[in-house]
Ligand binder design. Sequence first.
Ligand SMILES: [Zn+2]
Length: 430
Amino acid sequence: MSILLKNGSLKGEKNVDILIENDKIIKVAPANSIKDDKAEVIDLTGLIVLPGLVDLHTHLREPGREDAETVATGSAAAARGGFTAVHAMANTLPVADTAGVVEQVWNLGKSIGLVDVYPVGAVTIGLKGENLAELSAMADSTARVRIFSDDGHCVSDPVLMRRALEYVKAFNGVIAQHAQEPRLTEGAQMNEGVISGKLGLAGWPAVAEEAIIARDVLLAHHVGSRLHVCHLSTAGSVEIIRWAKSRGINVTAEVTPHHLYFTDDVVESYDPIFKVNPPLRTKADVEAVRAGLADGTINIVATDHAPHPSEDKDCEWTAAAFGMTGLESALGVVYETMVQTGLMNWAAVADRMSVAPAQIGRVSTQGQPIEVGSPANLVIFDPRASQEVDARKTVSASRNTPYAGRTLPGKVVATFYRGKPTVLNGELNA
Ligand SMILES: [Zn+2]
């Protein structure tokens, strides 16, 4: 089977034809120069072509919370958002802290076949922060786990964090830290600041994130290991990462689309759709994370797609679950906050949402250059379109999108996963 993609704008830089045969790119040439009578032709005039997006931080909820999401529904949401790979976080029921659970998730992902599903392994048994999980058993399993995280919880014990960092060096793994000092955030509901004071909600100080990041970059440096910081959200965190990188410390960091887009002003609505961990921050923080992403201090965008059923979100603020969905809206949000603002071009988007996350996750078949011989993992984006987000139209099993009722620019027109169109004309092609 061959597909000829005609006259697409490669990362917004030049117009090309791309010929796909089976699961590979077999030809890339100047626009309208490839002729192939047998190929199915798709006209990409005016559309942007990027490598398939790679999410380093997705909650798929299976096993255990299939009412919120399954590997199948999460894979569908990912494909529709332009992703060809996701990393599934370990806070499932049971927790992904053994080779058995990570292999179960890996096998589910493969059998569904809409995106690559890479399980993240827990750092500690049961995410309890007490004893290290079987990291090497998960690394050696068929799932070949390379990212370990207690996400949802912080590995707050410095001795345990040090041991984990030392341990993963043996198989080139990385510890992805959810940076949240637990004592400083007991009962916290939103960013600590003017708005939390006004609303009377318990505040979540920036220092609770920054103190852990500062400690962990020093620990990573001390033991010569690799640290990844999940969903960084404050201006101070950006400064610490910038300092650490200037010292040659091996650290990478991610920011979520929602921390690029929203400030904590939206919490004044008391709508729990905006309740998230870490919390939405101030305008100064949003400006700092945007600047950090643009200059590469923050390596990647990761969605922290966190589906919840309506009974866990449609309640009063303090009782509601933390988290929001994000796979289907991620590229539109990055387009609006980073590209339309002039902070990044499409080549930088390809780097932050595909190339760099694939490198951090040690995934060799994703985030590859769009050239002959590469796996045909691509997303096709229409920058002239715009869409009002309708939560009822999601293909996720959950509807907790914070963008509902808002209009996001652009639209994912097609996604190709290993040469197969998983999305065509903006709809799932399963
Ligand atoms: Zn987290």
